[in-house]
Ligand binder design. Sequence first.
Ligand SMILES: Cc1ncc(COP(=O)(O)O)c(C=O)c1O
Length: 291
Amino acid sequence: MNVLPELPSYLNGEYQPLAEAKVSAMDRGFLFGDGVYELLPVYGRRLFRFEAHMDRLERSLSKLRIASPLLRAQWLEVARRLIASVDAEDQWVYLQVTRGVAPRNHVMPTDITPTLFAYSSPARPMTADERHHGVACITARDFRWERGDIKSTSLLGNVLARQMSADQGAVETIMLRDGFLTEAAASNVWIVKEGALLGPPKSEHVLEGIRVELLKELCEDVGIGYNLRPISEAELVGADEIILSSASKEVLAVTRLDHQPVGHGALHGKPGPVYARLYEAYQRAKLVQSI
Ligand SMILES: Cc1ncc(COP(=O)(O)O)c(C=O)c1O
């Protein structure tokens, strides 16, 4: 049953139950997917890496030429008010800005008021089984558009990609463009090679996940090598470990890729040591970096 949960929401300055939040059918978010969003994790009712999420929201807005509609302090106030009215210590705050309502025309209208929407919901963390055993992923060609750097609500490519893995009982679809790793449908992807964490370079094909910078810091803290550089399909398939990162997954070990166990030797098909250390470091960061 796809019944909307009873949650508070914010829409254009008004707080109201999520099920009652309504926007115009002429909203460009609805007609064109002309908008951006963020998903911020909340631990113990405190926002994790809030400033980094706001930096990215502002970058995404500016790439779409939408003027930033709220100050950070105002977003913070909205988020905190929503968090306060949800009955859970750990939550996910969703923020969305669309260009707004206008007669349908591909050309960006001027003098238009953005539509602002936000809600918070109880976090749905990975299960103990997924943490303990790792998860399965499949691979696919990256058939999405070439502006994966924008955290856009135009997510049809990601929806199609994610469904491919869902259809096979896997948690993510890891994508390759021209034989090189980009990202997964809703996560960044990392491999471990010779003890170091490797991710693809920053580009217009990959979303700069908030955890890209966080993992760099965590690797420095715990003494794990970290490098962003092109990763070939052969390196992905032959990796010692594969790790996903996202707001909702934090870091997550991938232990089966296209139905084959990941890794070598005793760790074949099991979460590896780099994952374990990063997961621990991540849990510590949550305690000290949430506001
Ligand atoms: C396509 C895509 N790549 C990467 C990520 C990871 O980004 P973050 O760490 O900011 O959650 C996401 C998050 O939802 C995503 O949708």
